[in-house]
Design a binder for this molecule. Sequence first.
Ligand code: ATP
Length: 507
Amino acid sequence: MEVEMDKLVSLCKRRGFVFPSSEVYGGINGFWDYGPLGVELKRNIKEAWWRDNVQMRDDMVGLDCSIIMNPKVWEASGHVGGFSDPMVDCRASKERYRADQLYVFVYIFPAVNHKGEPTEAWLAGLGASPEDAAEAPEKRAAKLAKKFGKPTDPPTVIPYMQIDVADREKVIGPSTEDRGTLTEPRSFNLMFKTFVGALEHESNVAYLRPETAQGIFANFKNVVDTARVKLPFGIAQIGKSFRNEINPRNFTFRSREFEQMEIEFFCRPEEAPEWYAYWRKARFEWYTSLGLKSEKLRLRDHDAEELAFYSTATADIEYAFPFGVSELEGVAHRGDYDLTQHMKFSGKDLSYFDEERKERFTPHVVEPSAGADRATLAFLCEAYTEDEVGGESRTVLKFHPRIAPVKAAVFPLVKRDGMPEKAEAIYRELKKHNNVYYDEKGAIGRRYRRQDEAGTPFCITVDSQTTTDDTVTFRDRDSCRQWRVPAAGAAQALRDLLEGRSIPEGA
Ligand code: ATP
């Protein structure tokens, strides 16, 4: 089903998945907090990534680097010189846009100026692609028709960056109704700057890392010297990154503080194309294994113009979010660019010696670089479902059990006849192994709905039959099917279900 972003954002707020950061003070643009359910969801995603990519493999080790590093790291990586986006300001609305995400829809409005000539007004729309940007200009063109007359139809579309300087005065910015309010694009470095130590002097400038990858390259030699790794092997890291994005938007999708899950996979140069093909496929399949099964997940290879100059191949794993198809993860064949740069800037030898072949060389790198927040958002979008149960509509988050924040909820049907005591004992037992929830308040139907909205895969209810035969009712979130399980076997039954055992026949 198509999710409406407003509904998802409101569910996230209402149920404690995601809150605007420092909301009591009016929030701060581009920063988000994960609430009690959200933190469990995001942790489960990061833990699944770590388990599958690090602990389950024989050729991967982990790392946890500092966020602030020697600023030379960012000179070597090219971030000081080149990590910038072109920025355009609107003089009227004071909004700021990424020029490469502005598309101009050239409508000719038939209104005439004082000389009796038709006036051209070109509408700018904001989005990652012309398709994303298209909706707003259409509505705005209809609105502006009152002022300018009915426009020519359909418009031609040009990226803002390609418009002649002389023609830019015809452009109406995304949030005004006046022409010519957008400034020339200017380059804007996305790194957050700070000072280390007491003196706010240029010589003490440092940066909050804009990616976790460089910490891995900077530690390449440490890992090779200490971890007994042999090529091919990877180094993985999960951690916060910071980018002073010009235009944070689409909920958590583009934030200024976010978490990355990155792998640098080092190999012999001649084996790199094979490893690139391997990781491109493996990373795509990781998302499908956790429930991003639909046709909304895509793998898009970059064409030659899109590639960074050092990369011979890059693919984006994309998801069709309600606001457009956008990148979840990039998988790039980066050659030996990064290690070579760090050798140049540090003066240290970061080459690798192959003991068996008695050869020294600089390894090549394949980098699968994912965002934990974007993955969390995609899993939320995918899980969000509205359906009807027994004639009543409900909202349910159909998370894969592995990432569901709460694995099971335990209820006494009513607060008497020893049911709360029995239910609590089961809850305590389950809690030893899983994040489970106990609830005895309100009608049972309401309690089920609350868990559906939290994405809890199973509910376990102690009812009047429990007192006679010591069985409890299991209920499945997605199908709402119910079946009975001996109370003593509840913990094992839940473990089996979470590991993928199917629901008993006839339930
Ligand atoms: P975009 O083009 O969307 O800005 P990018 O290509 O610059 O992204 P990378 O530098 O390849 O992104 O970063 C790797 C991953 O880090 C992205 O695929 C994404 O999941 C995550 N990421 C990057 N920037 C942000 C951000 N501002 N907010 C949340 N996640 C981000």
